[in-house]
Design a protein around this ligand. Structure first.
Ligand code: NAD
Length: 290
């Protein structure tokens, strides 16, 4: 297929390269000249105008920083510019309301479109092992699926337009809560004189079992190897976790959903990021438990 790819940053760069590896012809656009150069090295055809990149393609993939940018790119360069019949896939993490509005605008103009945010970080984007949670009609999902399969290990239809973003922010709100809960329990066990490794061995095989403890242990030298063992470098940045928590809080307010623990987690991550830790892996929040 001929596919336009807009937004070739940390995530989009590797995703576009995997589309090339799968045999697709990728028309790449990014505001950054460096990102475009890297895409060219990976076999993409660079374009200096988003609209030109979208002309004559069968699919458009976007991987952009936020909802405002996604809205302006679709309104300004994709809808009405990509050929009628193209399938549009926004893989960015954005607010549910903008995802629904953008899909409605695309459908009104005759396109099939999905929101398809990802789970998995830069390594999964580079390795083609992302999980995609997809919102949109059955027809749009079926058309988007082969494009997504070239970039991921799992492609799941979550429901109607916006359901992908809903799944993503609810999942990451749960992740923030379990990471904070795991950190509290580990540090309290330590204060009470229990060896953290013993706590890990017991709790990871008991009812305290959870992904943050078992697969991403936040204390260095305890449990599985994780960003904690690399001084909290790499992994999933606190700033990105905070972005997702803010989106979750916005969605909770719009839907009148009670989220007392989610709100507390968001406020703890606000403080942690505000203290200059935005670049550290989100599991570094355990450092606040002295
Ligand atoms: P990034 O900042 O590295 O990349 C974004 C790219 O978009 C940049 O290259 C930027 O130049 C480009 N861009 C910005 N405005 C543009 C415009 N108007 N037209 C064209 N290009 C434009 O960000 P990222 O880490 O690649 O994240 C992208 C999306 O993926 C975000 O929504 C993020 O929340 C989500 N995400 C990131 C991760 C991660 O680990 N980095 C994990 C899951 C989801």
């Amino acid at each position: 297929m001929k596919i336009a790819f807009i937004g070739l940053g940390n995530m989009g760069g590797g995703m576009a390269a995997n589309l090339v590896k799968a045999g697709h012809s990728v028309h790449a656009f990014d505001l950054s000249a460096d990102a475009l150069d890297a895409a060219k090295t990976n076999g993409c055809t660079p374009f200096t105008d988003a609209g030109e990149a979208c002309a004559e393609v069968e699919a458009v993939v976007t991987m952009l920083p936020n909802g405002g940018i996604v809205k302006s790119v679709y309104e300004g360069s994709v809808i009405g510019t990509a050929p009628a019949g193209a399938v549009l896939l926004d893989c960015s993490t954005i607010d549910v309301a903008t995802a629904k509005e953008t899909i409605a605008a695309a459908e009104n103009a005759g396109y099939a479109m999905v929101d398809a945010p990802v789970s998995g970080g830069i390594a999964a984007a580079n390795g083609g092992t992302l999980t995609f949670m997809v919102g949109g009609s059955e027809e749009a999902f079926e058309r988007a699926k082969p494009v997504l399969e070239a970039m991921g290990k799992a492609v799941i239809h979550a429901g109607d337009a916006g359901a992908g973003q809903t799944a993503k922010i609810c999942n990451n709100m749960l992740l923030a809560i379990t990471m904070i809960g795991t950190s509290e329990a580990m540090k309290m066990a330590e204060k009470l004189g229990l060896d953290p490794q013993k706590f890990y061995e017991i709790s990871s095989q008991s009812s305290g079992y959870n992904w943050s403890l078992n697969a991403y242990t936040p204390l260095p030298g305890v449990g599985v190897e994780s960003p904690a063992d690399k001084d909290y470098q790499g992994g999933f940045a606190t700033a990105l976790m905070l972005k997702d928590l803010r989106l979750a809080m916005e969605a909770a307010e719009n839907s009148d959903a009670p989220v007392p623990l989610g709100a507390r987690a968001a406020s703890l991550y606000e403080d942690f990021a505000g203290a200059g830790n935005g670049g550290l892996d989100f599991s570094a929040i355990i450092k606040t438990y002295k």
